[in-house]
Design a binder for this molecule. Structure first.
Ligand SMILES: Nc1ncnc2c1ncn2[C@@H]1O[C@H](COP(=O)(O)OP(=O)(O)OP(=O)(O)O)[C@@H](O)[C@H]1O
Length: 273
């Protein structure tokens, strides 16, 4: 697979400040109230790339869903660019693990969809969508339907479908988890190139420590019982990153530190401590 990485000028980020204050989410399960996490607080700077890591069930997806407002916080508040989040909105793009393109629409129509809903003119839509399709090497597949695309192509289309709306924040929930290792690495490099260009804030959920180290500025390691952010760590690697950097002695030491933090929580979640 050939992907042309297009890097254009980096503009100063002006939006994408995320503030989460005293966030708490609970669900009712079989008549019982289950607290996913109690008070979660964090601040993410405009243009920052943050990964959420932690054992299964600690609430990573729930945090993304609360920022998107797909779930309503039980307590606390989310602010994006100082605006209180009270509903889903185009300022927060979402990319899911499972390919979520509309099967009856072509690649072009899928990417165009949000712009159409927002009433952007046909000429503007065409220019924007074609530009993004070119950036991720999908232009020649613009008239293909999702079932005619590989998993990697579908995820590339899902990413630009979110980005074409110029969101302040891109929320990504294990977007590469279903891809084979080679495609996954290509997608990580492609995402870096696009992020370097558009400079949206990205909040990215993953189980893969190496992926988090390659991609992010900071990593939030989450814990269980109670769900919480256990550590906020700054990735000690310069940018631009290369895949080789993730196997440098410094990265390996950092990887081990995160591994130990997550292991402690996984044992706790399995009630082995
Ligand atoms: N709509 C819901 N109703 C009831 N419980 C829910 C709901 N959504 C999530 N939960 C529960 O909240 C907890 C956290 O789920 P969440 O998916 O956020 O965790 P996660 O860290 O993303 O897990 P994983 O890594 O396995 O995807 C789990 O116990 C889950 O069962």
């Amino acid at each position: 697979m050939m992907i042309e990485l297009v890097e254009t000028s980096v503009t100063a980020p002006v939006k994408g400040l995320v503030e989460v204050e005293n966030l708490s989410v609970s669900f009712k399960r079989r008549g019982q109230t289950v607290h996913v996490f109690d008070t979660v607080n964090f601040k993410i700077k405009p243009g920052e790339f943050v990964c959420l890591l932690g054992p299964s069930g600690c609430g990573k997806s729930t945090i993304l869903n609360a920022i998107a407002h797909f779930v309503k916080p039980t307590q606390g508040h989310v602010f994006v660019d100082k605006r209180h989040v009270t509903s889903p909105g185009a300022d927060r793009g979402f990319v899911f693990q499972q390919y979520s393109l509309l099967p009856w629409k072509t690649t072009f129509q899928n990417v165009e969809f949000g712009l159409k809903v927002r009433g952007v003119s046909k000429a503007q839509r065409t220019a924007l969508v074609n530009d993004y399709l070119n950036r991720v090497g999908l232009y020649k597949h613009r008239n293909s339907y999702p079932h005619q695309l590989s998993g990697g192509m579908q995820q590339r289309a899902s990413i630009i479908r979110a980005l074409v709306n110029s969101p302040s924040v891109l929320l990504m929930d294990e977007p590469f988890a279903a891809l084979d290792a080679q495609t996954r690495h290509m997608m990580q490099e492609l995402l870096m190139a696009i992020w370097n260009d558009v400079k949206s804030t990205v909040i990215f959920v993953t189980h893969d420590i190496e992926e988090a180290i390659f991609l992010s500025d900071r990593i939030f390691v989450m814990g269980v019982n109670p769900g919480r952010i256990k550590a906020e760590l700054t990735v000690p690697l310069q940018r631009p990153r290369t895949p080789e950097m993730t196997v440098s002695p410094e990265a390996i030491r950092f990887n081990r530190q995160i591994f130990d933090l997550i292991r402690e929580e996984t044992l706790k979640s399995m009630e082995l401590t």
